[in-house]
Structures are given as C-alpha cells and as structure tokens.
Design a protein around this ligand. Sequence first.
Ligand code: V47
Ligand code: SF4
Length: 402
Amino acid sequence: MFTTRSLITLQQIPIMTSSIDICIEATSDPSLKAIAEKVKNGTRITDEECVLLFEKGSLAFVGALANFIREKLHGDVTYFNRNFHIEPTNVCVFSCKFCSYSRLYAHKEEGWELSIDQMLDIVKSYDGKPVTEVHIVGGVHPKMNMEYFIELIKKIQAHRPDLHIKGFTAVELDYMFRKAKLTIPEGMKALKEAGLQSLPGGGAEIFHPDIRNQICADKVDADGWLAIHQAAHELGMHSNATMLYGHIEKFEHRVDHMSRLRALQDKTKGFNTFIPLKFRNANNDMSHVPESSVSEDMRMYAIARIYLDNFPHLKAYWPMLGRNNAQLSLAFGVNDIDGTIDDSTKIYSMAGSEEQTPAMSTEQLVTLIKQVKRIPVERDTLYNEIKNYSDVHSFTETMSEC
Ligand code: V47
Ligand code: SF4
C-alpha cells in the first residue's frame, strides 16, 4: 500500500528530467553531488574527484552517472565486430608476472611459433566469411622481426584487401623498432606503408612506475607506450588503450593511468576505445593475488566512462570478463563488446577465464545484447556502422559460422 507521502514522491518523478537528477537528489555527500552535477553538465572531472569516486561512489551511484553518459553518446546502441585473432607466438623475451601465456625463449619447445604460411592459412580459412578485422598480437619473439611482420602484413593484404589489419601492441612494436634500429615514427611509417591500419591497446598494464616495476619491469615504459600510440595517431592511424586492473595497484594508480591517456587523447584524438582488462590469476606468478569482484569490475567500467570524457567508446572484452558480466557491463557505461572472435585466442583461457574456447556466433552476440534491451550494431574497426540488428529476428540468410 502506498502512503500519501510516497504517492507524492512518485508523482514528482516524471517532472524530473532524468535518472541523473534522481541520483543528484538522492546523494547526501556534497563532493559526490558536485561530481554528479558536473556529469550532468558535461564538465570534466578532476583526478582527485576520480579517486573519490573509486573510494566513495556506490555501484548504483557510479552506474547511474556512467549510464547517463553512455546513453547521451550512444543511446542504446551496442557495438560488436566480426573479427578473428592470430597469435603468431607465445614465446616471449619478457617475463611479466601476470602473464600465464608466454614461454621464455629458453623453453620455446613448450610454446608455439607460427610461420607466415601458417598465419596465411588462418586468414584463408575465413575466405567467404564476413569478417572485417584481423587482430594480430602475441609474445615478443627474438627472431620474429620487422621484416617478418612486414611480409606477413603485405601477404594478408594481397590475399584479402578488405580485411582491416589491427596488430601489434606497443610492447611488440618497441622491440621491433629497436632491433631494426628505427625511430618510432620511422618504424610506424614502414608498417603503415606495408598495410597495418590500427593498433590494439595491449601492453599498457599500469603506467605508474611503482606498479609497472613490480609486474612488468623489463618491457616498454609508460612514455614509450604513449610515444608509439602518439606516432600512430600522427600518421592518421587509430588505436585502443587498455589498463590491467584489479591486482596490486591502488585507485591512485588507475587514475594516473587514465590521466595519461586522457592527456594524449586531448592532443591527438586518435584513441577509439578504452578497454579495462580484469586481472585473472590462474597459472601465473601472481596467482596469490585475489581477483576483483564483479561489483568492483562494474565500478571500474563506470568510473572509466565518467573520467575518460574524450574517449568515444568503452569496451568490455567478453572472453576475459565472461559473457554474463559483459552483458551486465552494458548498464555501466560499456557500449562495445568486441567481436565474434573464435577459439584461437589463448591469452585469457590460459589465465583462468571461464571462457575456455572464446567463440560467439553473431546470433549469440546479438541475442546477448538484445536480452538487456540494447540495440546490437555490427561495426567495422573504425566504428562505421555495418548493420543494425534491431529488426533482425531470423539469422538464416545473413549468418555464417563466424
Ligand atoms: O597487455 C595478460 C593482458 C593484454 C593477463 O585493442 C591479462 O581491441 C588479465 O590488449 N589477466 C593483451 N589480462 C590483450 C589486449 C587486447 C585484448 C582484446 C582487445 C584489444 C583491443 C586488446 O592482455 C596484455 C595484458 O594487459 N593480460 N595476462 C591476465 N593474467
Ligand atoms: Fe610477453 Fe606480453 Fe606476456 Fe608480457 S604480457 S610476458 S610482453 S606475452
């Protein structure tokens, strides 16, 4: 039974402009209220305010703010793409403590090394299938150099010119360029001329040296990672950015990481997507570190959406997060759940993700998005719309296995 008082309250709700007003009304903490006002007005929040959100913002509070931004930018549209991964090798000269996937060169018989022909066979296995992107990322193999990858890119492009080639983390590129004795701009230009079109966001981990030196001391540092992405952006290429969270870092380190990305994006506008990557603890040197909870994961997405006001997209990488949580993230600022992929990506299954063979058909992805009342839209790598699935109910005419 409603009391008179609760009826009056309910009657008032329709005159409020949106759920963000309810959120502002309901917040008694003045500093959180001020942040909510900023979000409502489209004003950027400071680093200190971002730390405060991590410390004090409830899941419901940050979720409401992030969803407001998400719907302002994209409405209900949720993007996915049709892609496949090639992992040339898991042999790696580095020894990141969180990595479950790599094998040192000294133990290379335990790993895999694909020849150019083997990788081309993977590409050919998608002939006639409507994939739009190949994502190429692997370990840093001392014998797979710049020439090797230039030959690979050229051959992929010659075989399938319509396929967007997104490849190589800044870690792989830094090593490649050093070995080839090229500056970053020279190296990026050579790869672009060969046919590389954009960069994935891997290798960023946590930029702050206090954490980076503990988890991946020997690979490219923050400045090097950022310089490589800046060089790509200056050549007109786009890239993504990741952050490996939920291990030994503190909230301040997350904010420092996102702050460096926001500053570069102000300069170049070259980032498409931010992808928070949840640390998974199986089979690595950090197995003693517990994994973050689902509510902390959702808070991470929401706060990233609020803070990174100049990033157009926020992606949940479902093979790492799991399908149910990826679906949930669509209410916490996320507007992209990556692609159909297939079962060739091993980085997360080896780190303990429940997705042991991460493959989803387009029908499964579309259903997953529709179940939470969002609109599935297939995109290409650069977020050009390929197909809106809001009115598609039958998949027989359009779908293939991928
Ligand atoms: O840099 C490694 C992460 C990244 C673990 O740009 C781990 O579209 C969690 O960057 N637990 C590589 N994460 C993958 C990557 C990526 C993935 C999907 C899409 C895109 C994109 C980029 O994987 C590494 C590292 O941060 N990683 N080990 C682990 N145990
Ligand atoms: Fe090598 Fe990348 Fe694994 Fe680090 S995360 S050890 S760079 S494969």
